[in-house]
Write a protein that binds this ligand. Structure first.
Ligand SMILES: [Zn+2]
Length: 236
């Protein structure tokens, strides 16, 4: 047999096997743990893996699915009606996050709130445990919704900010369980543990948010991490 026909047979066979496998998993005939099943809904409590990015994206695309997944998480929130203001501001498929860890309450799209819940659980808390043997008790922030344009180095830009659609959240610092406070403005260039913690927290945000900007990006972000679910993938 010519080598190309062997290759062709192998290709057809692998497509058939992959198709059968996909059918068996999707129809529940083969029992795959939910976090390894691309068709199972995202569960915030499960450890992230290489399917998590895909699941987050898919969940964000379906507001009802997003509400259900967020409702099963420990992030305290309430659904709120859509609010279109007509000038490129307002929100759709958003929630009010009224969680003591994130007080005061703020409005955020379900998609960004889901990434926030994933980041808090799988990046922020493990980093605090690793560097300080403490949980994070409070996430200090500058809020989310603001009807404004992107702030460039030279003032107000032309484009609406992700904050204008409640799709972005600005984190200023953290209070640990023992009361110790770590802020971006004071500790980004602080002691070794603070420096390592804050970079790990930033890199962790890049795993769950589309856009993560901090002090390494520009002077406008020297005192906060900007976390968003906008169209652009950026991690600085
Ligand atoms: Zn921001």
């Amino acid at each position: 047999m010519a080598p190309w026909s062997v290759i062709r047979i192998l290709l057809v066979l692998s497509v058939v096997v992959a198709g059968l496998l996909a059918w068996a998993v999707q129809s529940g005939r083969v029992d795959v743990p939910a976090h390894w099943n691309p068709w199972a809904p995202l569960n915030v409590a499960e450890p992230p893996n290489w399917l998590t990015g895909y699941k987050l994206q898919r969940t964000a695309a379906y507001p009802t699915l997003c509400s259900a997944v967020l409702a099963a998480s420990t992030l305290e929130h309430t659904a709120i009606p859509d609010n279109a203001t007509g000038d490129g501001c307002g929100w759709a498929a958003a929630v009010r996050v009224d969680d003591a860890r994130f007080a005061p309450a703020f409005t955020l799209t379900c998609s960004a709130a889901l990434s926030l819940a994933m980041w808090e659980r799988h990046a922020l808390q493990p980093a605090a445990q690793a560097h300080f043997s403490q949980p994070v008790a409070r996430i200090e922030h500058f809020g989310s919704y603001a009807c404004r344009n992107v702030r460039g180095a030279g003032g107000e830009g032309e484009r609406r900010s992700q904050h204008a659609s409640a799709n972005a959240f600005d984190v200023a610092g953290f209070r640990l369980g023992n009361g110790r406070r770590i802020s971006l403005v004071n500790d980004w260039e602080g002691e070794a543990a603070e420096v390592a913690f804050l970079r790990e927290v930033r890199d962790g945000a890049c795993r769950f948010f589309k856009g993560t900007l901090g002090p390494d990006y520009n002077a406008a972000h020297r005192d906060h991490f900007h976390l968003d679910q906008g169209p652009y993938r950026i991690c600085r």
